[in-house]
Design a protein around this ligand. Structure first.
Ligand SMILES: C[S@@+](CC[C@H](N)C(=O)[O-])C[C@H]1O[C@@H](n2cnc3c(N)ncnc32)[C@H](O)[C@@H]1O
Length: 282
C-alpha cells in the first residue's frame, strides 16, 4: 500500500485550505490578490498598495524577458497585471484547483481588453513542477514560498526551470529574530507555513541548487499592521482559539494574529529576496 508522506499530507492540507477559503480571502481583500497591501513610495490608495508587490516584480523583468512563471499564483492577479503591461507569456501555477478555475475565468474576461502579454494557468505543485516547463526568464512567488515543503524542493524546481542567468523573486515573511517565539507556531500551523526561514538559511538552500541570493530588501515598513480589522481579530482570539483544530478558518485567524505579533515583536520581517540562476551550475 502506498504511504502518504508528511509533505504530501501538508500539500493536501494547503490545497484544502485554499479550495475552501479563497472566496473568503477575496471578500476580505482587494483587487483579487491574496497578499498584503504594501504602502510603498508613491502609493496613495488600497488599489495601488495591493498592486505594489506586482509592481516590484514588474521592475525585475529584463527588457528581453518573455517567459515568466508565477509560483503560487492565487487567482492569477499578478500574472494578469504583468501581461497587461509587457509582451510576456506568464504561466501561473497553484496547488488549488478552485484558484485555477477562478484564474481562468478572470483571464477569459481580461482577454477582451488591451494587453501585449499572454497568461496560462495550471494546477501544479511548485515542489514538483511539470517537466515541460523550461527556459523561464523570471520566476516569482508572492506569499507562497512559506508554504513550501520542503523549501529545498521549491528552490530545486525553480532552479531547474530557470534559464542560466534567470531570476527568482520571493516576496514573503522571513525569520529575523527568536525562532522559539511562542506565537511563531500559531502562525506556522494556522497558515500552513512550514518554510519560515532566515535569509541566511534560504540563501544556503538556494546556493546548493545554483541560485545565488543577490538582494534581500526589507519591505516590512510598507506593511500596515494593527489595522482596525486586525485589532478586532485580536480581540476575538479567545473565541477563535476555541475553534482551533476544528475550523481551518479559526486556525487561519489565530495564525494571522500571530503573524502580526511576530512582526510587531521583530521576529518576522517581510522581504523581497532576489536570486540569480548561476550559469555555471549543472
Ligand atoms: C497566500 S496565497 C498567494 C497567492 C498569490 N501569490 C497572491 O499573492 O495573490 C499562496 C499561494 O501559494 C499556493 N501554493 C501553496 N503551496 C503550493 C504548492 N506546493 N504548489 C503550488 N502552489 C502552492 C497556493 O495555492 C496559493 O495560490
Amino acid at each position: 500500500m502506498a504511504r502518504t508522506t508528511t509533505s504530501e499530507a501538508h500539500r493536501a492540507g494547503v490545497r484544502r485550505y485554499y479550495d475552501r477559503n479563497t472566496w473568503k480571502f477575496l471578500l476580505s481583500g482587494s483587487q483579487r490578490a491574496i497578499h498584503r497591501e504594501l504602502w510603498g513610495p508613491g502609493v496613495t490608495n488600497r488599489r495601488e498598495a495591493v498592486h505594489h508587490a506586482h509592481a516590484l516584480v514588474l521592475a525585475e523583468l529584463g527588457p528581453d524577458d518573455r517567459r515568466v512563471l508565477d509560483l503560487g499564483c492565487g487567482v492569477g492577479t499578478a500574472a494578469l497585471y504583468l501581461a497587461a503591461r509587457r509582451p510576456v507569456e506568464v504561466v501561473g501555477v497553484s496547488i488549488s484547483p478552485d484558484q485555477i478555475r477562478r484564474a481562468e475565468r478572470h483571464a477569459a474576461a481580461a482577454a477582451a481588453g488591451p494587453g501585449p502579454g499572454q497568461v496560462r494557468f495550471a494546477v501544479a505543485d511548485f515542489t514538483a513542477l511539470p517537466s515541460d516547463l523550461a527556459g523561464v526568464d523570471l520566476a516569482f512567488a508572492i506569499e507562497s514560498f512559506v508554504h513550501a515543503d520542503p523549501a529545498a524542493a521549491f528552490f530545486r524546481e525553480a532552479a531547474r526551470v530557470l534559464r542560466p542567468g534567470g531570476t527568482l523573486v520571493v516576496i514573503d515573511d522571513v525569520l529575523a529574530g527568536d525562532a522559539s517565539h511562542p506565537r511563531l507556531d500559531d502562525f506556522r500551523s494556522g497558515w500552513h507555513a512550514p518554510s519560515v526561514l532566515s535569509v541566511a538559511e534560504a540563501a544556503r538552500l538556494a546556493r546548493v541548487v545554483g541560485l545565488e541570493l543577490v538582494e534581500s530588501r526589507d519591505l516590512s515598513a510598507m506593511q500596515r499592521l494593527s489595522r482596525p480589522r486586525d485589532r478586532l481579530i485580536h480581540l476575538a482570539q479567545p473565541l477563535l482559539r476555541l475553534g482551533r483544530g476544528r475550523s481551518m478558518w479559526a486556525d487561519s485567524m489565530v495564525g494571522g494574529d500571530a503573524l502580526q505579533a511576530c512582526h510587531l515583536g521583530g521576529v518576522l520581517e517581510y522581504r523581497l529576496l532576489r536570486f540569480v540562476r548561476r550559469a555555471d551550475h549543472g
